[in-house]
Design a protein around this ligand. Structure first.
Ligand code: SAH
Ligand code: SF4
Ligand code: F3S
Length: 478
């Protein structure tokens, strides 16, 4: 098949931070492409973080603007898009596996067009492998050019060519793109894009470009629109939301944004992800003062050891982290804290690992995502010497998970006998007689009910029993 190679990724370029101002563009569908999707169906597989989920909603919006309709599954759709994640090797392995399956489907349905986007194509190794080993992939694009999708699809269809365009730029902002939101009651709202932290293990600053904040009015107006449409909850998204506004050079920070969004009338505000170094008092006070800001915070610590934290370039110490936790617990006594932890960072010693366990005991996180360090080509940590065996890393992960699970359970048990308010998402997966949703503290709650009209509503539920991963309750009236 002919190839149109418009541009290839380059991790070296992606590392640069030279551009002074971020450009903001308004999305507009070029007349040339209108109705090009008419009569065709699409399906998107989304992997990775909420940033990717939000991007997939934009991709859906753009495709529907072109006339495509959503298929029931990837297998019988005309256009399949894989929105990928590159955070760890196993995330990438999963994608290679999915591509293997798609190969068989495409052999039976050769007219199906397969596109791949997201963070994986931003790595040159991955894109080279896609080109050489997966020739049936028709379209490869990245995180910076989802807004060019109409043009890219046009080229792929009209010239019957494989199209590759991955841009390693610092990134811009696009406002006004259509979004097909997955849900009607809770929504992702990007407040910023990219990351400038360069934690030494992490690929995200390379795949997502520089930290760039949306204008506050664009965010506030988006939330106001959501309120009008009946949305109950927004989750503000950014790799480091506490850095919001820094690039705009204004005296307006994330805390200010929370106070302003509280006034929009949205019932619930959550946000992710916070960086311990940038979490400031104004944010903590906004969490305390604003009724809509939920008493829950995900504050990735990564490690409890000062030496490892330094090697990770996290810019805080064990004690500084604890100091912030103490303020959070003082100002918001009912808060639920969760975190991310990496074990087996290059040359992590037993003692250094024990400092992480100690910190988990001190904070008593009510949940944690725990990972074994995964080497990412192109990052500084990939060049660090590592003499810890994989077997040992697994042992540490198991030990950490045992401790984390203990506090998970305690975090759910502490609500037994109490009334919480659950934003109902839908029918429980494992028991169709139950509905489920999340409480203020982001606890997953299941309760018996067949009243479908409750979906999308916030209802009072008395917690009967806290389990490790969820709580069981019953509907009450207030
Ligand atoms: N911006 C967020 C989350 C980024 S990715 C933050 O800073 O917290 C989500 C999590 O993946 C990280 O918090 C980290 O725990 C984990 N992670 C990132 N890179 C990793 C790697 N190379 N190996 C293992 N875990 C990693
Ligand atoms: Fe990665 Fe660190 Fe940025 Fe989070 S803050 S996305 S861990 S570089
Ligand atoms: Fe993965 Fe990219 Fe998100 S690497 S975690 S999809 S920013």
């Amino acid at each position: 098949m002919a190839k149109i190679k418009l541009s290839m990724p380059n991790l070296g370029d992606a590392r640069m931070r030279k551009q002074k101002n971020t450009m903001t563009y308004t999305y507009r569908l070029d007349d040339t492409y209108k109705n090009e999707g008419h009569g065709k169906t699409y399906y998107i597989y989304t992997y990775g973080c909420q940033g990717n989920e939000a991007d997939s909603e934009v991709i859906s919006g753009i495709l529907e603007d072109l006339g495509y309709t959503l298929a029931i599954s990837g297998e019988d759709s005309d256009l399949v898009i894989l929105n990928t994640c590159a955070i760890r090797e196993n995330a990438e392995n999963r994608i290679w596996g999915v591509l293997g399956n798609l190969k068989g489907i495409k052999a039976k349905r050769p007219n199906m067009l397969i596109g791949i986007c997201g963070c994986m194509p931003q790595e040159e190794n991955a894109t080279n492998k896609l080109i050489t080993s997966y020739p049936f992939v028709d379209l490869i694009f990245g995180t910076h050019n989802i807004y060019d999708l109409p043009k890219l699809l046009h080229e792929a269809y009209s010239k019957e060519s494989k199209v590759i365009e991955v841009i390693s730029t610092e990134g811009d902002i696009y406002e006004g793109a259509p979004k097909h939101r997955a849900l009607n009651h809770k929504a992702w709202v990007n407040i910023m894009f990219g990351c400038d932290e360069f934690c030494t293990y992490c690929i995200v600053p390379y795949t997502r470009g520089k930290e760039r904040s949306r204008a506050k009015d664009d965010i506030i107006n988006e939330v106001k629109e959501l309120v009008k449409k009946g949305y109950k909850e927004v989750t503000l998204l950014g790799q480091n939301v506490n850095a919001y506004g820094k690039d705009l050079g204004l005296d307006y920070t994330f805390g200010d944004l929370l106070y302003d969004l509280d006034k929009t009338g949205i019932a619930r505000i959550r946000f992710t992800t916070s960086h311990p170094k940038d979490l400031d008092l104004k944010t903590i006070y906004a969490m305390r003062d604003c009724k809509s800001v939920m008493p829950q915070l995900h504050l990735p610590v990564q490690s409890g050891d000062d030496h490892i934290l330094k090697k990770m370039n996290r810019k805080y110490t064990h004690q500084e982290y604890l100091d912030k936790i103490a303020i959070l617990k003082k100002e918001i006594p009912n808060i639920s804290l969760t975190t991310d932890i990496i074990v087996g960072f290059p040359n992590e010693t037993e003692e250094e690992f024990n400092n992480t366990l100690k910190l988990v005991d001190e904070v008593k996180f009510e949940g944690a995502f725990t990972f074994i360090y995964s080497k990412r080509e192109g990052t500084p940590a990939a060049r660090m010497e590592d003499s810890v065996s994989l077997e040992e890393k697994h042992r540490r992960l198991d030990k950490l998970n045992e401790l984390v699970d203990k506090y998970y359970l305690e975090g759910n048990k502490r609500f037994e006998g109490k009334i919480v308010h659950v934003l109902v998402d839908g029918i429980s997966k494992n028991n169709k007689d139950n509905l489920c949703g999340y409480s203020e503290n982001l606890k997953l709650v299941h309760f018996p009910s067949k009243d479908m009209s409750l979906i999308g509503q916030i209802v009072p539920v008395k917690i009967i029993e806290g389990k490790t991963w969820f709580a069981l309750g019953e509907l009450v009236s207030e």
